[in-house]
Design a protein around this ligand. Structure first.
Ligand code: FE2
Ligand code: FE2
Length: 144
């Protein structure tokens, strides 16, 4: 949580430096809630948070680092995203504990794989409708 609080504070400060006062957002955004839709099991929700939400968001932030630094000439904001990516890589790695909890239960493993796949699809559908869907994704040669 300390990492996430720092991400929010760093981003807020940078937005102010760039001249915009950020609009307050709900504490849980649609990019988190949409992939979680319909999930009540805590393990399933944590899997989706760590592997889908943090996983996919970090993948996109990595391209934003390249796009901001190279295409927009904004190395300061690029560095901010680098710090966030460094933290998020650890958060994604923490999801390794999930397999220890599930063990060899084939039904549970199959259910989690199904949940993961469905959440990825909801995440992609949401992202594809965003105005910044391609921000930073084409600069590195990867289309979204
Ligand atoms: Fe974060
Ligand atoms: Fe995180």
């Amino acid at each position: 949580m300390w990492d996430e609080a720092r991400h929010a504070e760093m981003s807020w400060r940078r937005l102010e430096e760039l001249g915009g006062v950020p609009d307050p957002k709900p504490p849980i955004t649609t990019v988190v809630l949409t992939p979680m839709e319909g999930l009540t099991d805590p393990l399933e929700r944590l899997l989706v948070l760590q592997r889908v939400v943090e996983g996919r968001a970090t993948e996109r932030h990595r391209y934003r680092v390249i796009y901001l630094a190279r295409e927009l000439g904004d190395p300061q904001t690029a560095r901010l995203f680098e710090y966030i990516v460094a933290d998020e890589r650890a958060h994604i790695g923490y999801s390794q504990w999930i397999q220890h909890l599930v063990g060899d239960d084939p039904e549970r493993v199959a259910r989690l794989e199904e949940v993961h796949k469905a959440a990825e699809q909801r995440f992609e559908a949401l992202i594809s409708r965003r105005a910044d869907a391609t921000a930073g994704m084409s600069a590195g040669g990867k289309a979204s």
